[in-house]
Design a protein around this ligand. Sequence first.
Ligand code: GLN
Ligand code: ZN
Length: 762
Amino acid sequence: MALAHNLGFPRIGGDRELKKAVEAYWKGDISEDCLRQVGRELRAQHWQLQKEAGLDLVPVGDFAWYDQVLTHSLTFGVVPERFAKAGEKPTLETLFAMARGVVESSCCGGAHAQEMTKWFDTNYHYLVPELTADLEFSLSWEQLFEEVDEALALGHKVKPVVIGPLTWLWLGKVKGEEFDKLDLLERLLPVYGQIFQRLAAQGVEWVQIDEPILGLDLPQDWKNAFERAYNLLQREPLKKLVATYFSGLEDNLGLAAGLPVDGLHLDLVRAPEQYPTILDRLPAYKILSLGVVNGRNVWRCDLEKVLATLQHAQERLGDRLWVAPSCSLLHSPVDLEREDQLDEELKSWLAFAVQKTEEVAILAQALNNPDSAKVQAALEQSRQVQESRANSPRIHKPEVQARLAAVTPKDSQRTSPFAERIKLQRERLDLPLFPTTTIGSFPQTQAIRAARLAFRQGKLNEAEYKHAMQTEIQHAVRVQEALDLDVLVHGEAERNDMVEYFAEQLDGYLFTRFGWVQSYGSRCVKPAVIYGDISRPQAMTVEWIAYAQQQTGKIMKGMLTGPVTMLMWSFPREDLSRKQQAQQLALAIRDEVVDLETAGIKIIQIDEAAFREGLPLRRADWQVYLDWATEAFRLTASGVQDATQIHTHMCYSEFNDVIASIAAMDADVITIETSRSQMELLDAFESFHYPNDIGPGVYDIHSPRVPDSEEMANLLRKAAQRLPVEQLWVNPDCGLKTRGWPETKAALEHMVKAAKQLRKEY
Ligand code: GLN
Ligand code: ZN
């Protein structure tokens, strides 16, 4: 019998119940008991859903109050000193303090939160474990065992999920004196031993050990450590399933297949080429779990196609085959049934976590009981979905495809090289040395949000809304003029979000009401979904930007989101390559760039905040990505005259390994986030002899702190030591939408003063 299981279920709840409860608890509106009750109910509900869907084993340990990596840190007793109370075990309060920091008060000192970073190539963020050379581990947190008891009491067959020791260490960051993280492994493993013993005593048979780093380029000592660690863990009770996901095992395939454990899970959605290779490498006693339902996207699975692979595997493996989603469903929205406003056809193409567990179960049933009416009906339905998608005119638009097919290399090439363009631009723009500008957004005040909401709800009519936004634009322009900034922006008051705003105006995108996915802690995002060929029915920003330009004699910069960022922050199609989707987006946004130019806008910024985060997990795949991403940007930017200046913006730091591609994007000006690195991030640009103009951020916009002008001037001096001053612009690190007006004005005033000071010095 093939067994159906799941690697993890979203914890937030179909109505974001967990988010709401956690935030209410933080505010003091509900008690800890009440919060715990919400958690218990959600877990019970999620297990029940998965059981009813037909899964044979349900995951436990996928629930977390904030983040699963943080839960592990607590489990191992890894609580940084600034949060620890001597001799006391950590509490829920400790957990939230580690996640969010503690504000200094009259009684106690403050403590900054643990660092947060992206979980592999997802948009989920985890709290980075802090590793010190003298770290001791001890089992300090009972949550996993309690939840196992809870699930058992409810009559479920459970499979606890833990992050493997190597992956947890890999994700940690060395603090204090430098040392090799791997030195901690020997001390950490006994805690895993204790965990497994406790679980075995509770009656657990299988444990899932997540080791996604097996899909990365691993140094040799880490590979060796895998063998050492699992040889030791082999002695502990429980059957162990090592789970890998997000990329292929490649050179680690032999290592992973040979680990002395009882089963291996592979992500066949991301890395289908691992099958059937794995069959010849897998020892004859091992379970193989095949991840065939995409845990990272929202589309229905092509059951028949997947079933063919599974049937082949079943012939070879018999009962040793398990069926699963590719990865934890943490990265999927919760339940499609809640979508009451999607049209039926679009809805029939989609599957969220609940539907994905049903798909997994039906695939296992199709192996075990192929003739059952339920299986036949599901396969028939899947066939219809695939057919309707393959042929739907809502997806496939000949005009878009024809336009794409007609693109030539010239289309992604400005007319003249930068050296010539910049002369024309300087002449036309007539800016001083160290020109000042901002990244686009100004404070999104309560009034702005209220107006947008009222418009959405129909309480403001179009004319009233337009008037409200124009008033905001006027205000932003007046402020910028008073500050004596050189290149102004309209302030982005009309934008809810830099991707959604454009997605809503493009054809080929759909929006859900409840498609929330956890981003970090209580924060959730609701990505737009690209379902069909992308086109732009009409101009998206021209009216606002042209209005803004009319309000001032200064230069107004147009503001757009680039194709790569649009793609990275949406759920993409699966029936078209990412490259082609980026090209379609590029052509649509290119039209907007040209329209802005026609409307008299002399500078146009195309934000690519997600450019670097699109990098694949494996180095060997980087260049292919960088090539198409760069090409898509150039295609967007190259429809304009030489004298029109194209800016781009990337919040991202760390440009060393991608600097050649950044240069190949050939934006006339790039603004980046550099203030917290003391301009060290410019080293990459310096050693590359980066030729185009660059605006290194001179102050951090993530905090309300207002640095004085001398501090910013010093940063500019550092920049000027690294790059010719003619190339330098002056701007904040990023957009100002999360800040308040008083601090914004004060900081920009200091920034302009610093620029003027520098002009005197050079
Ligand atoms: N133009 C955008 C803004 O200022 C850029 C935001 C971003 O890069 N994250 O808000
Ligand atoms: Zn930014």
